[in-house]
Design a protein around this ligand. Sequence first.
Ligand SMILES: Cc1ncc(COP(=O)(O)O)c(C=O)c1O
Length: 410
Amino acid sequence: MLDTARIRQDFPVLRKTDCGELGIYFDNAATTYKPQTVIDAVMAYYTEGSVNIHRGEYDRSFAISEAYDAARAKVARFIHADPHEIIFTSGATASMNLIAMGYAEAVLQPDDVILTLESEHASSLLPLMRVASKTGARIEYIPLLDGGRFDLEAYKNALHDRVKLVAVAHVSNVLGYILPIAEMARLAHSVGAVICVDGAQSVPHLKTDVTGWDIDFLSFSSHKMLGPTGLGILYGKKALLDQMDPVLLGGGSNARFDRTGQLVLKGTPYKFESGTPAIEAVLGLSAAIDYLEGLGMDAIYEAEHALKARMVQGLSTLDHIVLYNADAPTGIVTFNVKGIPAQDVAFYLNANGIMVRSGNHCAKVLVDVIHTPDTVRASLAFYNTPAEVDRLIDVLRSVTLEACIAVTIA
Ligand SMILES: Cc1ncc(COP(=O)(O)O)c(C=O)c1O
């Protein structure tokens, strides 16, 4: 079991929260807080010489280049990949655009099918929709069960030999359900499709094994797993990455070129990384992975699962709360208060020192499936406490439309 009181000492912002200077943070699916070790790693880069990598013939550059390369190897080990299969991008969104533009656009033919879900994030669906319109491929949706749950049988029925790409989030950012990703990969491959997984909400919370699951692509963001912002990761099977062209060209990714435009790119993954990368963010991510591994991903999952169960248990005793994903096994709790717009509830919670998110959470197609345009989302992290969960339940116990309006217009 995690020692949350001790863990909270590792996060400067949580020390402030515990002193009452800051509110309770339940928007961890948007981005997480950072431990001191991550902040120190970023600061050390800036205070001890913010030099470039792989360009300078001096000791500091050698040292930072080595640390940068070691970070790539650490990310690879964390998800059970090879370092050559790890591309650093600016975020999960950039990773998914790279799959869409660098892979899908090159391979998809008219009438090929991209199979996806209505619960997907805009950062997945929008790049896919553009690819479909450029290539003449079609998007088909795996029917979701009422309430937005995934159904393996529906997936099996939706697969056919025109499906060339299956694109799904391992964990939905609205409903928090976990997809059976290894089984889905096996089935996708049985019809000759490639599976690309949005891991933005899964990699920070669950053990990840791209090799064991045999998935083809995985996108995720550093800032949702205790690391710095401005950094994403794209994992791709080496053979697929080798056949892809980079979207960006420039310094760092080319081996040589001449005045006629003859260009020889570097190998995978370097051909995808043009320009100076977010060096300090990569070093910070390395510290974030150390921190996560120090706690253990199983322990993290269990802690978040227990907090979620407590929140669901408490909220389900309140008749005026509608819960959308009580049975989801991850730390995302999505709900509404009957008769009060989600945004007003979020303002009211904020006025009571609790930070949550309201709206459609960038999953704009899902609203038709769960039959509500907006919800309130409380997303938990292992550093949240049972007392914080109880406080949310207490505040919601007495919420009224009048109180929300008073806060909103104040
Ligand atoms: C499921 C999912 N995919 C993709 C993204 C995009 O991540 P980023 O904004 O870090 O690029 C998010 C962010 O909330 C997400 O929840």
